[in-house]
Design a protein around this ligand. Structure first.
Ligand SMILES: [Zn+2]
Length: 306
């Protein structure tokens, strides 16, 4: 099943959830209407509500609203007295934020985002908190980092119409590299891309397992739409594996025009000496790569809203 199909399925499921919740409350009301007392109250309530929605005279409006509240109260009293569950009178949506529409204030609701993440992204190690670019406190960013942020945002907006398919985000630890990558990943997942987010350590481990014939997940990483490699350089170098598989990974993805986004504490010189010239030349290829160096050490760029 392709991505578009998956997304349309998810949206359809949301619609079905809504319809189901509405049907359940309607059915509940219909079953209650078999009671004469309830039926009388509810018929009157429906009538007043209809008048209320129809009228445009403010005075009449206030009076009708008052009647409505009055009847609502009587209905609730009736339900309480007879042991009925009054919450079932209104549709019980799963998500109380968006009422299962998946949208809130023109933006994707976290419930839909979660569903998209779950379905579209291959297991990712650390994207679970749904970080987004709007969580970045720009006022605390220096000019260099702010420019880097704008470049990354633009890249996400333009994808797949991008000419540079490698992004190397460099900078000391604590400069917000991982955070910015997570923002990108979520932005891309939201727009329906298949994203894989792994630490270099995890990729190294998958390469080792692949090499030993114990797991073939490494081949999924070769093919994923957009690959994020967090913290390149923190993985141990395993002889015949780390450098070889990393080279293959980057090379195969470049040949297939698939973006790879890397964060690292290493400088260009460090990359050259830790890995080898072949890996370095692919990562540093100016025609295919965007190289960004974050210079801030201020972790506060992440708004403490979540
Ligand atoms: Zn929601």
């Amino acid at each position: 099943m392709d991505k578009r199909q998956l997304i349309s399925n998810i949206k359809q499921n949301f619609m079905l959830k809504r319809v189901r919740a509405q049907e359940e409350s309607e059915n509940y009301i219909n079953s209650l209407r078999k009671n004469e007392e309830f039926n009388k109250l509810y018929t009157e309530y429906s009538h007043v509500k209809f008048e209320y929605l129809k009228t445009s005279y403010e005075e009449e409006n206030i009076a009708l609203k008052h009647d409505m509240q009055d009847l609502q109260l009587k209905i609730n009293q009736y339900l309480d007295k007879n042991g009925y569950d009054k919450t079932k009178m209104t549709p019980q949506y799963e998500c109380k934020i968006c009422n299962d529409t998946g949208v809130v204030g023109g933006r994707i609701c976290s419930c839909l985002m979660k569903e998209l993440n779950k379905t579209l992204s291959i297991k990712s190690s650390s994207i679970s908190k749904f970080k987004s670019f709007k969580d970045v406190d720009i006022s605390l960013m220096n000019d260099v980092d702010h420019k880097a942020l704008e470049i990354l945002k633009t890249w996400c907006d333009k994808y797949p119409n991008v000419s540079k398919i490698n992004i190397n985000i460099m900078g000391a630890s604590g400069s917000g590299k991982t955070f910015l990558m997570e923002c990108m990943a979520n932005e891309l997942v939201t727009s329906g891309q298949v994203v894989t987010f792994k630490t270099a350590f995890e990729i190294n481990e998958l390469a080792r397992l692949y090499h030993m014939g114990k797991s073939y997940e490494f081949s999924d990483i070769l093919k994923t739409d957009i690959l994020f490699i967090d913290d390149l350089g923190t993985e141990p170098i395993i002889k015949n594996i780390t450098k070889e598989y990393l080279y293959n990974l980057i090379n195969v993805r470049q040949m297939n025009n698939l973006p790879t986004i890397i964060s690292t504490n290493l400088s260009e010189d460090d990359i050259l000496s830790r890995y080898d010239e072949r890996i370095f030349s692919r990562l540093a290829n100016k025609n295919l790569s965007i190289n960004l160096l974050l210079t801030s050490q201020d972790k506060r760029i992440i708004k403490k809203t979540k």
